[in-house]
Ligand binder design. Structure first.
Ligand code: KG4
Ligand code: ZN
Length: 349
């Protein structure tokens, strides 16, 4: 599309994300986001959680229109793309297969290179996405990243765009999973995280005391909290069938407070254990208002700059996959196209 002398961008990356229930496509040109289009799948709401087979089918329906919209929004044709990056794991295998197959097909058709991206790597590099016309402050290396999503809870030492050290992670449920499962126990709609967050804003975080896990070192555990809430509610409901209804906001605020305090305790321990130039949070749970406030507070206490993503880049999106693809592109990390998605891919680089 562009004559070489007139090419407005050096490197244009199409990113594709389909690891769970969001189908997303984005265009990143020289690190700047030109488009980020996401189709969310409403079909899972009535089941109270993501149904993998339905997710794959919905991805198949959404992927072509979503990529088309991203190109339109960016104002470019497919010929302008220099490489296609896609999520190769971790995630739901059937969902990953839709995005990876589409990316491979397009790569063959356009004769453009393919780049595999680890979804959790994408969440971390979301902090490097630049917006058109306004330079964003980015974390300096090394920084500590607390990555909290529906499937992961990790403390990562980010040494470079492509190099990490995993300091700690959850031994059972992830923080987002804890929000979702507790919301389900309270008969609230899926995904429970944003619903509890909204309710919590009207509640008293000290109304109920739930146990905070006591795992050694920088690891986490959230399954005990879920069980504690379950038994507590069973007991209360036996005495008052309207207990949840009458205490919704206080319950939400107390659960959120417990999760956020647990995350902050380990993050502070990590900050004390090493030298970091910044403290960042990423992943779906970073949209949580209580957590965002607590990150800023801890940053002020430890006198370290904090980085909290805009809401658009907290939950799953392809812009984070495209920016990660961009850094892989600069480093020459291309895919042979022969690998299959890995549902349990680890963050090792
Ligand atoms: O990163 P993400 O979109 O998908 C995964 O990679 O898992 O994270 C989804 C998770 C869900 O568990 C959802 O409940 C949680 O992020 N989440 C929130 C909020 N918004 C999304 N949790 C708490 N408060 C929120 N505002
Ligand atoms: Zn995610």
């Amino acid at each position: 599309m562009f004559k070489s002398s007139k090419k407005p961008y050096q490197t244009v990356i199409l990113g594709i994300e389909s690891s769970c229930d969001d189908t997303s496509a984005a265009i990143i040109a020289d690190g700047v986001k030109l488009a980020n289009v996401t189709a969310t799948q409403e079909v899972h709401k009535k089941y109270g959680g993501v149904v993998p087979e339905l997710a794959s089918r919905a991805h198949q329906q959404h992927i072509v229109p979503v990529v088309h919209s991203a190109l339109q929004e960016a104002g470019i044709g497919v010929e302008a793309i220099d490489a296609i990056s896609f999520t190769n794991g971790p995630g739901l295998l059937g969902s990953l297969l839709v995005g990876s197959s589409f990316a491979k097909g397009l790569s063959l058709a356009l004769n453009k290179p393919l780049i595999e991206v680890n979804h959790m790597h994408g969440h971390i590099l979301a902090h490097f996405i630049q917006e058109v016309g306004e330079a964003q402050g980015v974390p300096q290396f090394p920084f500590l990243c607390l990555t909290v999503s529906g499937g992961h809870t990790q403390l990562v030492k980010v040494k470079d765009h492509l190099s990490f050290g995993l300091l700690g992670q959850t031994k059972d449920d992830a923080a987002g999973e804890a929000f979702d499962k507790i919301a389900k126990i309270m008969d609230l709609p899926y995904p429970g995280g944003p619903v509890l967050d909204k309710l919590a804003q009207k509640g008293n975080p000290k109304a109920f005391q739930f146990p905070k896990s006591n795992v050694k070192g920088l690891d986490f555990s959230f399954s005990g909290l879920k069980t504690a809430v379950l038994y507590f509610l069973k007991k209360q409901l036996a005495e008052d069938p309207n207990f949840i209804e009458n205490n919704k906001a206080d319950l939400a605020a107390s659960v959120q407070y417990t999760i956020v305090q647990t995350l902050m305790k380990k993050a502070e321990l990590a900050l004390k254990s090493d030298q970091f130039k910044g403290f960042a949070v990423s992943g779906g749970v970073s949209a949580n208002s209580g957590l965002r406030e607590a990150i800023s507070q801890l940053g002020r206490k430890r006198k370290i700059p904090t980085y909290i993503p805009p809401f658009e880049y907290c939950t799953d999106n392809a812009a984070m996959i495209a920016i990660t693809g961009y850094y892989h592109y600069l480093d020459g990390n291309f895919s042979s196209g022969n690998s299959t998605p890995n549902a349990r891919m680890k963050l090792t680089l």
